[in-house]
Design a protein around this ligand. Structure first.
Ligand SMILES: [Zn+2]
Ligand SMILES: [Zn+2]
Length: 327
């Protein structure tokens, strides 16, 4: 999680300070290391996906990915057989609870193992709570937490969740701001407004883009990913940097740096058609141009958070995590 306490104290861990001239540049990304690309939401033939785990690994490797979380519906599994120095499969699952009182209402949550699992595990799970109320959503998140997994709320628009669900539920580290399969099949894959509504009310959450791929073709592959800045491609380091917020989500553009410097928020990115700083309050700023590779915005001191979306000429978006400017 990325924090900056402004005048109330030094920057908390997770935001790096780097002197540049007379000012101090505070990047949200780890100071050292390289970028590792990964998709945290993948289905295989172990649930309703159309490719085997091995086929998924081969396809993502060939596309230049460095890691994958295989998240079959209610099947928690590890894949030590596919972990190499240059590729990592994170042990994971997608679990669900249904709210029978709401048409199509449910909670789907990704559970990514906090610890490495060197042995082969494949465990079918059922939700042990009663279904039908918001309390059950919390019970499911509690089970994910108790299982030693990082919880990420998947596709809240597709799941017919409300802003109040996201605000009131506890124990998750982030939300899918973009889900490729929901976007392409049902146009329910984006939830930026829900997320900003929560951030405005003080909720702290990291932002993820994922594929949630089911098909064997590219309909729902290679559409949303994260890029983690980390020292090495190991389970421990990737998980540590995800939790520290040393990553961004994307459907296309790249972000090279994002942070605070001399009272401003800045971003550096691949050529984009707009660079947008979303804040609360004041109003933030959108910058439109051709081939923009950087942007900045002076903060007023009133803001509680700031995040950035860099949009390329094709409408593809890179999303930073929010920087929280107050406790
Ligand atoms: Zn789902
Ligand atoms: Zn899924």
């Amino acid at each position: 999680m990325v924090w900056y306490n402004g005048s109330r104290g030094p920057a908390a861990p997770g935001i790096m300070e780097r002197k540049r001239g007379k000012t101090v540049k505070q990047s949200v990304f780890a100071r050292e290391g390289g970028w590792y690309k990964g998709n945290l939401h993948t289905h295989t033939t172990l649930s309703d996906g159309k490719q085997t785990p091995g086929e998924r690994v081969a396809a993502y490797k060939a596309r230049g990915y460095d890691f994958l979380a295989i998240t079959d519906h209610n099947v928690y599994a590890s894949y030590p057989e596919y972990c190499r120095e240059d590729f990592l499969v994170l042990p994971a699952v997608e679990r669900d609870a249904v709210d029978a009182s709401v048409p199509c209402g449910c909670l789907h949550v990704l559970g990514i193992s906090r610890e490495d699992v060197p042995e082969k595990v494949e465990k079918r799970l059922t939700f042990s709570g009663a279904l039908g109320t918001d309390g059950d959503y919390q019970a499911l998140l509690d089970q994910v937490e108790a299982a030693g997994q990082l919880a990420i709320i998947a596709h809240p628009v597709w799941s017919r969740m409300t802003i109040d669900h996201l605000l009131n539920l506890r124990g998750y580290i982030g939300i899918e701001i973009y889900n490729a399969t929901c976007d392409r099949r049902w146009y329910t894959g984006k939830c930026d407004y829900m997320i900003d509504s929560c951030l405005r009310k003080g909720k702290k959450a990291l932002l993820f883009a994922t594929d949630d791929c089911h098909a064997a073709d590219d309909l729902d592959r290679f559409g949303g990913w994260i890029q983690v800045k980390a020292k090495s491609l190991t389970h421990g380091e990737i998980l540590r940097q995800i939790q520290a917020g040393s990553f961004y989500a994307s459907t296309g553009p790249e972000i090279y740096d994002f942070g605070l410097e001399d009272g401003k928020v800045y971003v550096e990115c691949s050529p984009c058609a707009s660079v947008n700083f979303i804040t609360y309050e004041q109003l933030g700023r959108g910058i439109v141009g051709e081939g923009l590779t950087e942007g900045s915005h002076r903060l007023t001191g009133q803001e509680t958070f700031v995040r950035c979306e860099c949009v390329d000429k094709y409408g593809k978006i890179a999303y930073t995590n929010p920087i929280f400017l107050r406790g």
